[in-house]
Design a protein around this ligand. Structure first.
Ligand code: GDP
Ligand code: IMO
Ligand code: MG
Length: 458
């Protein structure tokens, strides 16, 4: 028997005309390019995605919800995206929200309307957006429960998590508890949906007696959303399979949140509730691992964190204030001031171990333009000993003594620089130092908010 006849036959997929065609080989086809946050979020992912989306066909979100806030600046107009993939402002792009994303429908439509008023970029957005039928729905009571949980944490533990109160923890809890409702439920039999909605809402009422839910009023609104969203809801796995195996296409995946906020790998419990690292791309879209191509990590030239939790290189001093003010470090989703500190190579090495970055985008280098010297965290000591890993336990991480290297600053404006050669020598040294320490090439350097304020190195 020949080896060919021993290999299993490919599965057959009905082609809608009563026949079956073999599923295409999983090893050929288009690959997806992934953009991921490498720190605690707000690294400038929106801007990097916008740049890559200039010649993209499809831009996808795979996890998170409207806790994300991604800024894109085009022709001095500042767009902010929370659930919609940022690439949607390119009118040729098809946007896709995958099954791993959690969707608050009023939030989705408000976001689209708000950005529509800002400029031309969102024209025809509703015709260009597809949503996985397996994506879970965030209800208003999930958001209210998020607020109550935060209040309870404050009362019971003396501190909360500093969530965005967008219902992210509660909705992923409903998903894991198998009581959540998905887009496919909303657009199928509305009576069955209504029944399950009532059960879930009543569960929440019994868990949180102070929660008021107008079940009938909510269902009227949801029926309206069901009609509006129905044309966008598709079988996500088939949509992605076709995109991967149809004609050549550039497919981008826009990560939300970031590695250190990942539910498994982040600074637990001060994390979000989804996988913001590379595995979330496969599970959040239904993509086989071999279809993942480039994985770009977005790294801010210093570190910020919004919300609570350990932050070893935080600078609660003039340096931190300078970074906060110059970097306009204010949360896009919640308007909170971001905590600021020096670049931390220990956490970036850790993010690289998990994600296997093929290259990095180093953003906001221009914010360091006024520094005479720049510190970089290169290792952690615990109880006087240098450790080779990133600590899992928060109390241990809080005890980490960061070892810094000090590099000379450049004290020169870089915001008009467009080539690596034209950067000040010390800025070049800073970039090369990071590359060497991490062993990952830096492909882009951000020197301003606008689309054109990006230096491409290769
Ligand atoms: P995201 O969540 O990772 O998409 O990042 P955010 O949009 O929350 O925060 C990044 C902020 O930095 C936004 O206000 C961007 O406009 C801005 N930004 C991005 N890249 C650069 C850069 O290279 N220089 C400067 N000055 N601002 C930048
Ligand atoms: P982008 O995509 C920064 C943080 C919150 C909080 C914690 C849990 O813009 O980088 P959640 O509401 O998710 O339960 O909050 O996670 N957080 C972010 N911080 N950028 C984000 O997204 C974030 N998404 C969640 O501040 O500390
Ligand atoms: Mg953000």
């Amino acid at each position: 028997m020949s080896s060919e006849s021993e290999s299993p036959l490919p599965p057959r997929i009905p082609n809608g005309e009563g026949c079956c065609s073999p599923a295409r080989s999983p090893v050929v086809g288009n690959k997806v390019t992934v953009v991921l946050g490498a720190q605690w979020g707000d690294e400038g992912k929106g801007k990097v995605v916008d740049l890559l989306a200039q010649d993209a066909d499809i831009v996808c979100r795979c996890q998170g919800g409207n806790n994300a806030g991604h800024t894109v600046v085009v022709d001095s107009v500042e767009y902010d995206f929370h659930l919609l993939p940022s690439g949607i402002i390119n009118p040729k792009v098809i946007a896709f929200i995958g099954n791993g994303v959690v969707i608050h429908l009023p939030g989705l439509f408000e976001e689209a309307e708000k950005n529509m008023k800002k400029g031309q970029g969102l024209a025809g957005w509703d015709k260009r957006l597809s949503i996985s039928d397996r994506a879970h729905i965030v209800f208003d009571f999930h958001q209210a429960a998020d607020g109550i949980q935060e209040q309870q944490r404050q009362e019971q533990v003396g501190k909360n998590l500093g969530t965005t109160k967008k219902g992210i923890g509660p909705v992923y809890s409903s998903k894991a508890a198998r009581s959540g409702l998905r887009m496919c439920d909303l657009v199928s039999d509305f009576n069955e949906f209504s029944h399950r909605f009532k059960v879930l809402a009543n569960q929440y009422k019994s868990m949180y007696p102070s929660l008021e839910i107008d079940i009938d009023g909510e269902l009227i609104k949801l029926k309206d959303y069901a009609n509006r969203v129905k044309p966008m809801v598709k079988d996500g796995v088939y949509f992605i399979h076709e995109a991967l195996h149809g004609p050549p296409k550039k497919i981008l995946v826009e990560g939300a949140n970031a590695a250190l906020l990942d539910i498994d790998f982040g600074t637990y419990p001060f994390v979000t509730s989804s996988n913001c690292t590379v595995g979330g791309v496969c599970t959040g879209l239904g993509i086989p691992p071999q279809s993942i191509g480039q994985v770009y990590g977005v790294v801010k030239a210093y570190t910020t964190r919004v919300g609570i939790g350990a932050f070893p290189t935080e600078q609660c001093n003039e340096t931190g204030e300078m970074l906060q003010t110059r970097g306009h470090e204010i949360g896009v989703t919640t308007g909170r001031k971001r905590r600021c500190g020096w670049l931390d190579l220990v956490l970036l090495r850790y993010a690289h171990m998990i994600n296997g970055f093929t290259a990095l985008a180093l953003t906001k280098l221009d914010i360091l333009d006024v520094c005479t010297e720049i510190k970089v965290g290169v290792s952690y000591k615990i109880d006087g000993k240098t450790i080779p890993h990133f600590p899992a336990n928060q109390e241990v991480l809080n005890r980490a003594e960061v070892q810094y290297e000090t590099l000379p600053g450049w004290n020169t404006g870089t915001s008009n620089v467009r080539t690596f050669e034209d950067l000040p020598e010390n800025a070049k040294k800073y970039v090369r130092f990071i590359e060497v320490e991490l062993g990952v090439p830096i492909k882009w350097i951000g020197v301003g908010k606008a689309r054109e304020s990006m230096i491409q190195l290769f």
